[in-house]
Design a protein around this ligand. Sequence first.
Ligand SMILES: Cc1cc2nc3c(=O)[nH]c(=O)nc-3n(C[C@H](O)[C@H](O)[C@H](O)COP(=O)(O)OP(=O)(O)OC[C@H]3O[C@@H](n4cnc5c(N)ncnc54)[C@H](O)[C@@H]3O)c2cc1C
Length: 151
Amino acid sequence: MESVHDYQLQQNLLITFLFLAIFTGWRTFYARIKRSLSQVTVVIIGGGPVGLLSAFLTLKSGRATNIVVYEERNRKSVLNAQYQLTFDCQSVEFLKAAGIDFDNIEGCRHDNCFTTKVGVFLEYILDYLTVSGVNVSIRFHKKVTNKYFSL
Ligand SMILES: Cc1cc2nc3c(=O)[nH]c(=O)nc-3n(C[C@H](O)[C@H](O)[C@H](O)COP(=O)(O)OP(=O)(O)OC[C@H]3O[C@@H](n4cnc5c(N)ncnc54)[C@H](O)[C@@H]3O)c2cc1C
């Protein structure tokens, strides 16, 4: 009598476990499908180091379908920016892990920091974004003003 009871208990546990596994699996699967079908456009204002790095990291996240960067200066003046940009060692490590190949950027290293010209760095990122295959649009000579927002 007791063994029949144990058997029923085991069966109930098994059914509950299977039900939970199917439910969790289905929810995960559904969330993935939903995410892959959703269209996400990320708009970034400013094509300086922070703006273009944001575009780069957004691209790397694989979550955006479209990335649009508005930059008020023209491409030439962005790429001709001669002032310096220094990444401390933590930023270098973080960006290396994200896919930035510092060995392919003209600049100098010192104490694990990396210094380059802003224009050089931006050109590297722009090249990367252009060949990525994701829909990335860099709109130079477009200043974002209040008229862009319908509040
Ligand atoms: C002369 C000089 C020397 C420097 N030397 C060093 C150094 O030795 N080491 C170092 O680490 N850092 C240095 N810096 C600082 C470094 O260059 C900045 O920290 C860096 O450029 C900041 O990047 P950012 O993207 O935040 O801003 P920015 O480089 O200012 O980029 C912002 C961009 O947004 C665009 N923008 C702004 N508003 C709008 C709008 N409404 N619509 C569209 N586009 C818009 C601007 O045109 C600009 O291109 C120096 C800076 C200067 C100016």
